[in-house]
Design a protein around this ligand. Structure first.
Ligand code: FAD
Length: 292
């Protein structure tokens, strides 16, 4: 099923992101966690492509397995910047063959030896190139793209970032998912600005439940997200106690999501970090609010 259909059905929904095994782990090590997350039957699940040290080779298999074994609609992420045109075309052909209807079209992070000034030499400079290629593939994919309420680190400023986001959306993106946000006000501001700029597609806020203090440092390093004092105080107070931090992190994420739903956001995407117990707890906290 196309994700845009799920998003447009006007009910509050919660979807989950999972990632493939890291280079140092095997597929069998992540499989039970991903299966247990799929058993929760979220609105849909997305599977990252080589993000955060994860390998890209299992993305499609995981997306197919979740859909075939658990009936959960899936979206496969695909990045382009470090790939050749040939590789990307092969991947698109595989997606078509596997009947995967939903693709998250991403540029991917630059490798250490890649400098943006040289992007003209690469087969793909930006996610928009991949969006165009997916549109031209004739497969009628539902396409998602990434957006950055706190501005992508390579952008000069928010106006420039939103200008390029609009071009990416106009090229054929059906919805956008945000980088993780811990302060909803930043998100509401961003949504106001993109609507002003004429971006009308649905926005799925990305919420990352922080259940361990060490995870917060990694998340900030990865995303540069602002951490509100209210959450800093939680980590200061409970960060040394695994159980207390887990409970407090789940409560904070739940609270953020309820605030989003209460303010008219319909679909929230949860970065599960492959933790079924966290996904389950948050879903349970919202059980009378979301439609599953
Ligand atoms: P782009 O849309 O290409 O934007 C990158 C930068 O270039 C921005 O600063 C933008 O303003 C600028 N820009 C865009 N178009 C132009 C243009 N035409 N000219 C000049 N500048 C331009 N990474 C992975 O490796 N695998 C994943 O599975 C993955 N999933 C993600 C999911 C989400 C929801 C998010 C938010 C990020 C994800 N990432 C993933 C990380 C992502 O790949 C990085 O953030 C990457 O640096 C940017 O990708 P993008 O698709 O947003 O790029």
């Amino acid at each position: 099923m196309k994700i845009i259909k799920i998003i447009n059905n006007n009910q509050c929904s919660l979807s989950f992101e999972v990632f493939p095994p890291k280079a140092s782990t095997s597929f069998d090590m992540v499989k039970p966690a991903i299966e247990n997350i799929a058993k929760l039957h979220p609105a849909f699940m997305s599977v990252t492509y080589g993000a955060g040290g994860g390998t890209s080779s299992y993305t499609m298999k995981i997306a197919e397995d979740i859909r075939n074994c658990y009936g959960v609609p899936t979206m496969a992420h695909l990045t382009c910047v470090s790939s050749t045109r040939e590789t990307v075309q092969e991947k698109i052909a595989e997606l078509k063959k596997a009947g995967i209807q939903n693709v998250m079209a991403l540029r991917g992070d630059l490798l250490p030896d890649m400098h943006p000034a040289e992007s003209g030499k690469w087969d793909y400079s930006h996610a928009i190139d991949l969006v165009r290629e997916l549109k031209e593939s004739g497969a009628d994919f539902c396409i998602g793209c990434a957006c950055y309420p706190e501005v992508h680190p390579e952008s000069k400023n928010q106006d420039e970032d939103i200008k390029y986001l609009k071009e990416k959306v106009d090229a054929g993106c059906d919805f956008i998912t945000t980088q993780m946000v811990f302060d909803n006000n930043l998100l509401y501001n961003f949504m106001y600005k993109i609507r002003e700029a004429g971006i009308t597609v649905p926005v799925l806020p990305g919420i990352m439940p922080i259940t361990r203090a060490v995870q917060l440092e990694r998340a900030i390093k990865l995303s540069g997200s602002f951490i509100p004092q209210r959450f800093k105080a939680i980590v200061d107070r409970f960060g040394d106690d695994d159980f207390a931090m887990m409970q407090a992190g789940i409560a904070y994420a739940t609270d953020q999501i309820i605030d989003l739903y209460a303010n008219g956001v319909k679909n929230v995407h949860l970065y599960t970090m492959n933790k079924p117990e966290v996904a389950r707890a948050i879903q349970n906290n919202l059980s009378s609010i979301i439609s599953r």
